[in-house]
Write a protein that binds this ligand. Structure first.
Ligand code: ARG
Length: 465
């Protein structure tokens, strides 16, 4: 048992208590952030004259060595330490002796862990943002190729009106674009440094909190030390944004699973992203999409869990907050994995454009346009709706599409129909006449694609860092 406290205790900690309390098994994940924070803290202590220049330099150099040794595998993070903070400090003292004992001057593990978790989350947020950008690029390249690929659009999972594959993909582009915007918003709010909050009430040393904040790339220090050590809002916001990313990925996965089914055959998932069955040789299963859909619950679980943990915690730090880590790390890794795999699956997926076109052609997806034709010839919309309803019924009886109904029979239902009706209700016309902003018509779609390129060419991440 290696712990940083014990002076006031007269008994050894019970082993089970020690194990229950320890966090090294998971907080080892942010050893780099812990060392980075300590280096900033020590640089500031040196600058303020709280440590001598020699002490500051010796500690900094040694912390850098510890980091290098952990990275190279020379130094192993073992469970004999209570947490990552104790591990780093104990190793520093081992190597430097008494000078190492000065590292923790004017600091508490409370502001230390608050900083580490914030630094780690910030890094994960930037990585997630990058993965979202890659996914958006894949979606945009599909959009560009399929401006003319007609497919049925659905409501209630029933064929509704024809759209294009570009348009359908464009809906997901908007969703993941908003997800990236959420990353940006969260970054703006969270990027303040809690270091220097001490245990809860700041410290009596003349710390320069602006300086440490600047060294660590924060916009500035947090403004209340009690809040500084006990705020996990940024984590809840990030988990909430990640839950929304997963909700989008899950809806997309659900569609891919449907499109990949034998009944639809709109897409074919690449062999590299499908799996077989141990008993049914004909099977090629969309497991990746199903797993992404399935893992969504796990990420929602992390959000619910942390919200529940935080709701009863009085100010300031309480040990409950140690529970923020495992579930967050699991959620971060899950979402990163899902984004990367989903992107690979999408980028290699084949679209069966003929199946899509034929499907849109056969499900009365042009019934609205037939009614609009009548309206354009002076029939009130409600009457036109009734006429086309009867027309659809007649087609169903004959098992044909509206387009296959001879003109005389169309005219028997309404004399307003003329020979140009066939052109007016062709799939191409149905799509390309829809030119309102955000609609699937080619010109409208091309404007959206240009705007999407413009959006992707600007990278907030580069602008900030
Ligand atoms: N492992 C602790 C956590 O994750 C670090 C902070 C410990 N602070 C304390 N006062 N016991 O929250």
């Amino acid at each position: 048992m290696a712990q940083l406290w014990g002076g006031r205790f007269t008994k050894e900690t019970d082993q089970l208590v020690y194990n229950f309390n320890a966090s090294i098994s998971f907080d080892r994940k942010f050893y780099r952030q812990d060392i980075q924070g300590s280096i900033a803290h020590v640089s500031m202590l040196g600058r303020q004259g709280i440590l001598t220049q020699e002490e500051m330099q010796a500690i900094t150099k040694c912390l850098q060595e510890i980091c290098r040794d952990v990275e190279s595998g020379k130094l192993e993070i073992t469970e004999e330490y209570e947490d990552i903070h104790s591990f780093v400090e104990a190793n520093l003292i081992d190597r430097l002796g008494d000078v190492g004992k000065k590292l923790h001057t004017g600091r508490s593990r409370n502001d230390q862990v608050a900083l580490d978790m914030r630094l780690y989350t910030r890094q994960e947020l930037l990585v997630t943002n990058g993965l979202l950008k890659e996914l958006l690029e894949t979606i945009l390249s599909i959009m560009e190729k399929h401006v003319d690929t007609i497919m049925p659009g659905f409501t209630h999972l029933q064929k509704a009106q024809p759209v294009t594959l570009a348009h359908h993909m464009g809906a997901y582009f908007e969703m993941f674009k908003r997800d990236r915007q959420r990353m940006y918003d969260i970054y703006q709010r969270m990027n303040y440094c809690p270091l220097g909050s001490g245990a809860l009430a700041g410290t009596t040393y003349p710390l320069d909190r602006e300086y440490t904040a600047e060294l660590l790339d924060f916009y500035g220090p947090t403004l209340n030390s009690m809040d500084g050590v006990s705020d996990r809002d940024y984590l809840i916001e990030f988990l909430s944004a990640l839950s929304t990313v997963m909700m989008h990925l899950s809806r997309f996965s659900e569609e891919i699973i449907i499109w990949n089914s034998n009944e639809y055959q709109f897409v074919e998932i690449d062999d590299a992203y499908s799996t077989g069955s141990s008993i049914m040789p004909q099977k090629k299963n969309p497991d990746i999409a199903e797993l992404v859909r399935g893992k969504t619950g796990r990420v929602y679980g992390a959000l619910m869990s942390l919200l529940t943990t935080m709701k009863g915690i009085p100010l300031a730090y309480n040990k409950d907050m140690q529970e923020d880590k495992e579930l967050s790390f699991d959620a971060f890794d899950t979402v990163k994995g899902c984004l990367a795999l989903f992107n690979g699956m999408l980028a290699t997926m084949k679209f069966n454009t003929k199946r899509m076109y034929d499907s849109s052609n056969k499900g009365f997806t042009n019934a609205t346009d037939a009614a609009d034709y009548l309206v354009n010839h002076g029939v009130p919309f409600r009457d036109a709706h009734g006429i086309v309803g009867r027309l659809v019924l007649a087609c169903i009886e004959k098992n044909i599409a509206i387009d296959d109904m001879p003109l005389e029979e169309l005219q028997a239902i309404s004399p307003v129909f003329e020979a140009d009706i066939y052109e007016a209700i062709s799939m191409e016309t149905c799509v390309n006449k829809r030119l309102t902003v955000g609609a699937p018509g080619k010109e409208a779609m091309e404007r959206v694609i240009a705007a999407a390129h413009e959006y992707l060419s600007k990278d907030w991440q580069d602008a900030i860092r």
